[in-house]
Design a protein around this ligand. Structure first.
Ligand SMILES: CC/C=C\C/C=C\C/C=C\CC/C=C/CC(=O)SCCNC(=O)CCNC(=O)[C@H](O)C(C)(C)COP(=O)(O)OP(=O)(O)OC[C@H]1O[C@@H](n2cnc3c(N)ncnc32)[C@H](O)[C@@H]1OP(=O)(O)O
Length: 264
């Protein structure tokens, strides 16, 4: 096994031959801030260029949480310039993962709301811990915010049209069993088996010749990727305009307070 040290917030190491394991470790809840997003993108870029690497398993080193989604503090009370930079990093993460040539497997060993769910859905296969206390889904509307079209497209491509209407409009967070039922995740296993099962699944995916699998993946995902690629700047402008509204800032503030109170 080769070890690969990465910058703060992220550790990645090789286990299975040709397979990297990326462990998010940004306490307390792996919320996706600018630094973590940048680290993830740099790591993926390096792996993508490494000819000996064919697969990537992404998981969490934090207890109970895969990722809490986008870091709300990057969107609350920040300048339009900062929000724009942040959103570009979110786009970059999505583009890199959704368009990755590697086999990507999400080993979801905890809750995965919003951007965390998005990240998992960019992968080729999802294995989640069967703990009923965990949840996964795109809950944006519950925060008073609107998931952009490429979040919606990713969900629609994964679970279908009608389920997306319900999931997105109601901002539903699903238990692992519900997520399996609608196809948001592909497999449930006991918590201590998530990573070993991901490794087993990887073996199956790697049995397929890379070029055939990569061309097939690209054929399926390219239209969705192209849609964002040709609208990137407008999407950033829309985000900044939307997130800077007083009413949206107020909703985010209320939500953050709720998170803190819930803890107390
Ligand atoms: C018309 C419109 C046109 C166009 C639209 C254009 C653009 C679209 C606009 C906007 C889209 C923006 C998209 C956003 C997607 C997102 O990802 S938003 C983030 C959503 N995330 C959540 O809702 C998750 C919130 N967190 C939780 O539910 C729990 O923390 C979790 C279940 C993950 C873990 O629970 P637990 O282990 O009990 O931890 P705590 O709740 O105690 O949390 C620990 C501390 O961490 C803080 N925290 C949690 N999540 C976040 C977060 N996402 N960002 C920042 N901070 C977070 C929490 O407050 C605690 O802090 P404290 O210790 O109290 O200081």
């Amino acid at each position: 096994a080769t070890k690969m040290a990465l910058r703060a917030g992220l550790r990645s190491k090789r286990g299975l031959t040709g397979v990297a394991v990326m462990r998010m470790q940004s306490p307390p809840v792996n919320s996706l801030n600018l630094e973590l997003l940048t680290d993830i993108c740099i790591a993926l870029e390096k792996l993508e260029m490494d000819k000996s690497c064919r697969g990537l398993i992404i998981t969490s080193n934090q207890p109970k949480v895969f990722s809490a989604g986008l870091d709300i503090l990057e969107m609350y009370g920040k300048s339009p310039e900062h929000c724009g930079e942040f959103w570009k990093a979110v786009q970059e993460m999505w583009l890199k993962f959704y368009g990755s040539n590697l086999v990507t497997i999400a080993a979801i060993n905890g809750s995965s709301p919003a951007g965390g769910c998005l990240m998992a859905m960019t992968c080729d296969y999802r294995i989640m811990a069967d703990n009923p206390r965990y949840s996964i889904g795109l809950n944006e509307t519950q925060l008073g915010i609107v998931a952009p079209f490429w979040f919606k497209d990713t969900l629609m491509n994964t679970v279908g049209h009608r389920t997306t209407e319900m999931a997105l409009e109601l901002g539903l967070l699903y238990s692992p069993a519900e997520a399996l039922k609608i196809g948001m995740v592909d497999q449930l296993v006991p918590e201590d088996q998530v990573l070993t099962t991901a490794t087993e699944a990887m073996t199956k995916w790697l049995a397929i010749p890379d070029h055939a699998r990569q061309i097939t993946k690209s054929m399926i995902r390219k239209p969705t990727i192209d849609k964002l690629m040709s609208n990137r700047e407008d999407d950033v402008k829309n985000f900044v305009k939307f997130i800077s509204k007083d009413s949206i800032q107020k909703s985010l503030g209320v939500y953050l307070e709720m998170l803190k109170k819930r803890k107390a």
